[in-house]
Design a protein around this ligand. Structure first.
Ligand code: ATP
Ligand code: MG
Length: 453
């Protein structure tokens, strides 16, 4: 079959219809509210399709977390059909049909190939682009990113409509950009992160022509808003596939663009301990997500930026700065640099810094009761355990605090020697190290090199 050569329809092929009996999508797996929306649009005479990640995940046997609908009805027409509907967006208006806590997003087919983030609504001089907004279903398919994300499940006959070869790519578990990869990445650099993230999430391979331009184009991520990079980071690392995401970012040369300080600090750390620590933490994060346990962005970023923090701390100490002061400065410096790339809100950056700054209290073993009552104690302790996983330097501290946690209301356990205040004295090993000056490379995952007084 001939493929389309019209450049405005780059990537589009002839329509393939996969009938109900040839695919596994069952209405039982679709949210009842999404079905309601689809049926009502159909009954009003409009085309109504489930689209995007939901179709992809259903074809893979997964359970989509949200269901997006595409239609040829305009947003106003959609609003006319649903009482529980609100319109959002300026240039490209979307309809949100609200069912309690579930929102079904209904988008009119569109032709333009922006990223849907709303960032490109305004052009030079603040001119609002209004031309060429709505389109056909075929145009809607080719403006999407990957072929696997551009399939349409039609409520009319329960078939899957495929304009870009996505059905075959899903069977082959391949992630392939629609159209010319370099052009699509320049249009929206976040697609590079999406490639790595979706490959990690789905266990897909990235088609070589889709993967090939990424390392060179990675610096384009600097043009992306920090708010969007924050959202994308949470999806990369808090969706249960953080290890695969991190390794994918490394493999495709994206880590220096997304987390420049972390990438640099890991490169400088010849023993590899800092990288081991990050990976151990991400493995832990994945296990928590799998067990439905809470994961916090503050802890995540404390982990991702720990190499950067250790390195900054070491540099400040090498300049002769007092340890406690160096810790505060290092935390601030790393946070300020992070914000240039990723807009981590203060409600997460403050706990991140606290987790770092509390680390030195574990080896001091002073004012145990007060430390236990600190609202961030648990997070800081979990962080210490991770550091121990990557280097056994902290075994004694972990053992001590694990014992304290077992009997939080009892006096501090022996056999630690007590100092003149009756508090357990810090281990002598640390005192010796403090005299030795700064180590030559970023310390083992065990850094900070010396602890606060
Ligand atoms: P997830 O399962 O992580 O939500 P998703 O593919 O559903 O993955 P969304 O961000 O929810 O991702 O986007 C929904 C759909 O919108 C995608 O499947 C894709 O068709 C389209 N899309 C999203 N982001 C882009 C983009 N940057 N460029 C082109 N199309 C995009
Ligand atoms: Mg989605």
């Amino acid at each position: 079959m001939p493929t389309q050569t019209d450049p405005t329809r780059a990537g589009a092929r002839d329509l393939q219809v996969i009938p109900r009996e040839a695919h596994p999508i069952s209405r039982r797996d679709i949210s009842p509210n999404a079905l309601r929306v689809l049926y009502r649009l159909r009954d009003a005479g409009f085309g109504a399709y489930l689209v995007g990640g939901a179709v992809r995940d259903l074809l893979l046997g997964g359970h989509p977390k949200d269901f997006d609908v595409a239609t040829d009805a305009t947003p106003e027409q959609v609003r006319g059909l649903f009482r529980n509907c609100r319109l959002i967006g300026r240039r490209f208006r979307l309809a949100h049909v609200v069912f309690g806590r579930e929102i079904v997003e209904v988008a009119t087919f569109r032709a333009s190939s922006d990223d849907g983030s709303g960032e490109r609504e305004m052009h030079e001089g603040g001119r609002l682009l209004r031309d060429n907004v709505y389109g056909t279903i075929e145009e809607d398919a080719v403006r999407r990113d990957f072929t696997a994300n551009a399939l349409y499940y039609a409520i009319e006959d329960f078939s899957v409509r495929d304009y870009v070869g996505g059905f075959a790519d899903i069977q082959a578990r391949v992630l392939r950009l629609i159209g010319d990869p370099e052009r699509r990445y320049r249009e929206d650099p976040v697609r590079m992160l999406r490639a790595v993230r979706l490959a990690a999430k789905l266990g897909f391979t990235i088609d070589p022509p889709t993967a090939e331009p990424i390392p060179q184009l990675a610096p384009l991520l600097r043009e992306v808003s920090s708010a969007r990079l924050f959202d994308e980071s949470l999806k990369l690392f808090l969706s249960g596939h953080a290890v695969a995401s991190f390794e994918g970012l490394e493999r495709h040369g994206l880590l220096p663009a997304l987390l420049p300080e972390t990438a640099a600090a890991m490169r400088a750390n010849r023993s590899g301990a800092l990288r081991r620590m990050v990976l151990a933490g991400l493995r832990d994060t994945d296990a928590r997500v799998a067990a439905d346990e809470p994961v916090s962005p503050g802890f995540l970023f404390a982990l991702l930026l720990w190499p950067a923090y250790c390195r900054a701390l070491m540099q400040l100490q090498a300049q002769g700065m007092h340890t406690a002061e160096a810790q505060r400065r290092a935390a601030d410096r790393v946070t300020v640099h992070l914000l240039e790339t990723i807009a981590l809100p203060r409600r997460f950056s403050l706990p991140m810094q606290e987790i770092w700054l509390l680390q030195s209290r574990f080896s001091q073993r002073k004012r145990v009761g007060r430390f236990l009552a600190h609202p961030r104690f648990r997070a800081a302790y979990d962080f210490l355990v991770l550091r121990q996983a990557a280097s056994d330097e902290h075994a004694e501290d972990v053992a001590f605090w694990a014992e304290v946690l077992k009997h939080p209301h009892e006096p501090v356990p022996p056999p630690l020697p007590l100092d003149e205040d009756g508090e357990p004295a810090p281990p002598r090993r640390r005192r010796r190290r403090r005299r030795g000056g700064a180590p030559a490379e970023a310390p083992a995952a065990g850094a900070p090199a010396a602890d606060a007084e």
